[in-house]
Structure formats: C-alpha cells, structure tokens
Ligand binder design. Structure first.
Ligand code: ATP
Length: 238
C-alpha cells in the first residue's frame, strides 16, 4: 500500500466574507490519480488553490507527508513537490515553447529520484519537440495545454494539480492529452484532475470526489460508482 502524500482535514476557505469550502476532508496517495468533479461553482478550483497556497488557510488544514503546510507560499509548495497546471494555462506569450519549458527548469526544486527532463517531456508530447522554437501563442489550444503540463512536470512534482485541462479542446486532442496521464502517474507522480467531463474523469482516475456547494457530496473508487449515483451527488437532492 502506498502512503498518503497529501491530505486536507476540515478545510475551510473564504473569499472575503464568502465561504467557498465547508470542511473538506480529502486525501491522495503517492502515484494515485484522483478526479475532482462537480458543477460550476462547487469549489473544485478553490480546493486546488487552497492546496497550492494561492488562498490563505490554516496550517493544519493541509498536510504534505503528514506535515502541516496550509497557507504556505506557492513557491514553497513547488519546492516541496506540488505543481499546478492552472486553468487558462498562463503561458509566457512572446516566448518559444522551449523557453516556456526552460523557465520551469530554471526554477525547479532539487530534482527528485524520477526527474523530468526536456527530452522526457518531448517523449510525452512529441509535437512539442517539432514546435520547440515556435512562439507559444501560435500553437493550437491543445498544444498550449501540453506546454502547460510539460512546464509543471519540469517543476519535478510529486503531486500535480490539473485544473480543467480538457476545457475548450476538441475530443481528439483531449484524448491525446489524457493519454499522458497514466505515463505521468506511472512515474510515481500523484495527480488531482479537476474535470468537467464526468466520463473522462471516471475513466482516467483511481478514485473520485464529487463536490457540491463547497462540500464533498460523494467519494469512492471511480470504477465502483455508477453514473446514477454520481448524477445525484453532482446535482444534489440525493
Ligand atoms: P468552475 O468549474 O466554475 O471553475 P469550481 O467548482 O472550480 O467551478 P470555484 O471556482 O472553486 O468553483 O468557486 C467556488 C465558489 O467560490 C463559487 O461560488 C465562486 O463564485 C466563488 N469564487 C471563486 N473565486 C472567487 C473569487 N476570487 N472571489 C469571490 N468568490 C469567488
């Protein structure tokens, strides 16, 4: 059995007076793929932001290797082995593919056992090798998403947070991107997938959490939960 890598306990998060999360208990083990599903506004991105240190939360609400890390600065989380592929990608436009990737290499923490290199990112997404000198803004949306994932991997994460990496992409491209998920986790990297497409989330993950209005409405092994049960947890009224 692999051990718990990251957990949250009773995690609450607020935007000013607005409470977005109400006591989230969550955990992920080394090399595990966990999907986070739920309707718009359910709190999925807020959970990722709370883990990443982009929102202030109490230290003991987020634990990495059992150590309280809630409220740590994002760059501290990156050096502790947590990286994010943010919603909207946030690439450096005006810079080439390879320069976008090199930024992450320059800022990477001390590489761990299973270090990602430019070459390995190009093996994962061969099109990026061909396009390495091209400015990122001239790539397709899917190719830009590959750069965003590659950049996060070059931070050498033990935990990769992916915020809606399929959003706005054609089904064929989504397939291509999701094909990378098992290769990444086989490397020992745990992955949290925030995903709108429930079918995709279910097939790509070992376990899933469904969120509803700032709470976990369902959790379990992805293959064991029926679509009907997910539907009830997704929309409420179960
Ligand atoms: P989506 O799929 O729309 O991104 P989500 O499940 O990721 O949904 P969150 O973005 O985490 O949901 O939002 C949870 C709640 O927090 C929503 O009610 C949203 O309106 C609110 N919220 C999110 N960001 C902010 C913010 N910067 N300021 C105030 N409220 C916010």
């Amino acid at each position: 059995m692999s051990s718990t890598l990251l957990s949250t306990q009773g995690l609450v998060a607020r935007y000013g007076d607005f409470q977005a999360l109400y006591g989230i208990d969550f955990e992920i083990s080394e090399g595990e793929v966990v999907a986070l599903i739920g309707a718009n506004g359910a709190g999925k991105s807020t959970l990722l932001k709370s883990i990443m240190g982009l929102l202030r939360v109490a230290p003991e609400m987020v634990r990495l290797d059992g150590r309280p890390v809630g409220g740590s600065k994002p760059n501290r989380m990156v050096s502790d082995g947590v990286a994010i592929v943010p919603e909207g990608r946030r690439l450096f436009t005006g810079m080439s593919v390879v320069d976008n990737l090199r930024v992450a290499i320059d800022h990477a923490a001390v590489p761990r056992g299973t270090a990602w290199t430019l070459d390995r990112v190009f093996e994962l997404f061969p099109i990026l090798r061909e396009k390495q000198a091209v400015p990122v803004q001239s790539l397709s949306g899917g190719q830009q998403q590959m750069v965003a994932i590659g950049r996060a991997l070059l931070n050498q994460p033990r935990l990769l947070l992916c915020d809606e990496i399929s959003l706005g992409l054609a089904p064929k491209v989504v397939k291509e991107i999701y094909r990378a998920i098992p290769s990444i986790s086989a490397n020992g990297t745990a992955i949290i997938l925030v995903e709108q497409d429930v079918g995709l989330a279910r097939s790509a993950s070992n376990r899933l959490y469904c969120m509803l209005e700032g709470r976990v409405s369902l959790t379990g092994r992805s293959q064991d939960i029926s679509r009907e049960v997910i539907g009830a947890a997704y929309f409420g009224g179960a």
